[in-house]
Structures are given as structure tokens and as C-alpha cells.
Design a protein around this ligand. Structure first.
Ligand SMILES: NC(=O)c1ccc[n+]([C@@H]2O[C@H](COP(=O)([O-])OP(=O)(O)OC[C@H]3O[C@@H](n4cnc5c(N)ncnc54)[C@H](OP(=O)(O)O)[C@@H]3O)[C@@H](O)[C@H]2O)c1
Length: 305
């Protein structure tokens, strides 16, 4: 009879360490795809449902890491990663860790150095979807790290969705995660501020959604806008023949003043106004709005690892 309580070395294909909402979704997906699976969690009871479906429960992190060539970790942060995997000792040697914890690029690079010092192959990843979408073909997982490690475990990574290796820098996945989350929050704030302006005149959220999302965004800000400006952004070229930063500042001032008149919080357009004024002060007044890229970059785009 199979002992499901004490994994041996390479007894399963993949291990998941960390069974919060996301780690559980990863583990369930591996089982859905027919993988043999070992699981470990600080609170062991969270593994009960997975064990009932055939997963092996590891009693210690060392057992969990030994059980599979690759361990996918999904803990709350990097500090927990060191606390948890620091106890795995020699079991880590010649294993692969795929870290799907959220964090910062510096934390990710330090974790890669920590792994290298222990003879552990390491990939740092970022999950771009909520738990219910894990396993969907459109579920993008970003990775940074060696191509050889990514290719070695590609079929396991494929189980979770659409894995994309951004480059060898282990900080890239969490960096791009924050870049895309920043886009999401700024877009949501712009939409919600606009909805608040519309509501100040009695318009329903549904009415604003139809105007903003049904017409304005697809027609005035279609996805092609961004690809169309990319070459100029890379070259630092912002021709203002169709509209200048000075013109945009005037429009932003109207948003600010209208917000005040209507009793809507003006913080969001005030920040945009300050940024546009900065762009003009830096000499971009006659260029188009994409020149704001130069203001945002600061010294960051030149910062080397
Ligand atoms: N949920 C999402 O929608 C989502 C989406 C994208 C990315 N992520 C990322 O995925 C990671 C996991 O997220 P999550 O939603 O599953 O929940 P979470 O609350 O961020 O992490 C829960 C996991 O961390 C473990 N943990 C926390 N402190 C610990 C400690 N001191 N020692 C050992 N284990 C510890 C928990 O163990 P216990 O069960 O014992 O508490 C549990 O396994 C996070 O980095 C999150 O940012 C989540």
C-alpha cells in the first residue's frame, strides 16, 4: 500500500509549498492536469482536500523539497521564504525552486543569490491572474531567470497557464508585475474619478460605463495607440504637431477646476497637473503627451542592476 505521508526523493513530479488561496489553486490545477503532487503548508489541515484527491502531504519542508525535482512556492512574502526554506538544508541541493511570492526586484535578486549559494536552480515568477483563472490557457505567469531552468520545467509551468520568460534577470517578473498593477490602478482611478464627475450631475454609473468604456476608450484610446507610439518612445521623439503638452495642461486644469466646482475630489487631476507642469519645466511644452515618459523615467531607466 502506498504511503501518502512520507515522500521519498523524486516520488512525485511537482511540489507546492504554501496553500493559501493561490497556492491551493496551483495545487488543484496540477492535480487537474494529472500530475503527481506533494504539498506542504505551515497549517497542515489546508492540505486535507488535496490529499483526499491523491496528493502526498510532506511533514517537513525538507521532505517536500526532496519529493519532487521542482517545488513551486506560493508564500506571502520573501521573508517567509527564508524562514521556511532555510530549514530544508541539504534537501535543497540540485533541486529547482519556482518562487511565485510577490515582492520587489531587489528581493527577487537576493533570493536568486540565496538559491545559487545552496546549489539550487531558481526561477522567480509573478502570477498575473486571480486563483479561479489558474490553469486557464490565458492565465499569464511572468518569469525571470535562466532559460535553461525555464525550459527544463516548461511542461510543469505550462500546466498553470501561459508562462512567459522575460529574461535572465530574476527581478524582471516582480518588476513587470508592479508595472502592470500600476497601469491597472491608474486606469481604474481615472475611470472612477470620471464616474464621480458624471455622478455629480446625476448620471448613473451604467450611463458613464456606456460612454467611457462603450465608446471613449475603444475609439479614442485603442490598444493600437500604445504600439503606435512605441518606436518614438524608444527614440525619445514626441512630435507635437497634433497636440502639445501645453494644450494638455490646459485640459487637465479644466478637469481640476471642474472637480472643485462639482464637489468632486480634485487630488487625482491635481497630481496630473503637477506632472504636466514638470514636463513643461523640463522643456517638453511643445511636444506631445507621450513626452511624460521622460518625466516618469527619472533616473530609473538608466539604473543598472
Ligand atoms: N490571491 C491572489 O489573488 C493572488 C494573485 C496573484 C498573486 N498572489 C500572490 O501569491 C502569494 C500567495 O497568496 P495567497 O493569496 O495564497 O495568500 P497569502 O496570505 O499571501 O499567503 C498565504 C500562505 O503563506 C503562508 N505563510 C504566511 N506566513 C507564514 C509563515 N510565517 N511561515 C510559513 N508560512 C507562512 C500561509 O501559511 P498558513 O496557511 O499556515 O497561514 C499560506 O500558505 C502572495 O505572494 C500573493 O501576493 C496572490
Amino acid at each position: 500500500m502506498t504511503d501518502h505521508t512520507s515522500p521519498e526523493r523524486n516520488s512525485t513530479e511537482v511540489t507546492v509549498a504554501g496553500l493559501g488561496p493561490m497556492g491551493s489553486a496551483l495545487a488543484e490545477t496540477f492535480l487537474d492536469k494529472g500530475r503527481s503532487l506533494t504539498v506542504w503548508n505551515r497549517t497542515p489541515g489546508k492540505a486535507d482536500g488535496l490529499v483526499a484527491r491523491g496528493a502526498r502531504r510532506a511533514a517537513t519542508v525538507a521532505e517536500a523539497v526532496a519529493a519532487s525535482p521542482v517545488t513551486v512556492m506560493c508564500l506571502n512574502d520573501y521573508t517567509t521564504m527564508y524562514a521556511v526554506f532555510g530549514s530544508a538544508g541539504a534537501a535543497l541541493r540540485d533541486r529547482t525552486l519556482v518562487n511565485l511570492n510577490s515582492g520587489t526586484p531587489r528581493e527577487a535578486r537576493a533570493a536568486a543569490d540565496w538559491a545559487a549559494a545552496r546549489d539550487v536552480r531558481y526561477l522567480d515568477g509573478a502570477i498575473m491572474v486571480p486563483p479561479p483563472l489558474v490553469g486557464d490557457p490565458g492565465a499569464v505567469f511572468l518569469y525571470g531567470g535562466p532559460r535553461e531552468v525555464f525550459d527544463r520545467h516548461r511542461t510543469v509551468l505550462d500546466d498553470l497557464g501561459d508562462p512567459r520568460l522575460l529574461g535572465a534577470d530574476p527581478g524582471l517578473a516582480v518588476l513587470l508585475n508592479t508595472a502592470l498593477l500600476g497601469l491597472m490602478y491608474a486606469t481604474l482611478n481615472g475611470y472612477l474619478h470620471g464616474a464621480a464627475l458624471a455622478a455629480s450631475a446625476g448620471m448613473t454609473a451604467a450611463g458613464f460605463a456606456e460612454l467611457a468604456a462603450g465608446w471613449f476608450m475603444p475609439v479614442v484610446l485603442p490598444p493600437a495607440t500604445f504600439a503606435g507610439q512605441a518606436a518614438n518612445m524608444d527614440e525619445g521623439l514626441y512630435p507635437g504637431d497634433l497636440g502639445t503638452m501645453e494644450m494638455n495642461l490646459t485640459a487637465i486644469e479644466h478637469i481640476t477646476r471642474t472637480s472643485v466646482e462639482q464637489g468632486v475630489r480634485p487630488d487625482h487631476p491635481e497630481l496630473m497637473r503637477a506632472l504636466a507642469e514638470q514636463a513643461i519645466a523640463e522643456g517638453h511644452g511643445t511636444e506631445n503627451y507621450f513626452a511624460m515618459f521622460e518625466v516618469f523615467k527619472g533616473s530609473g531607466a538608466r539604473a543598472a542592476r
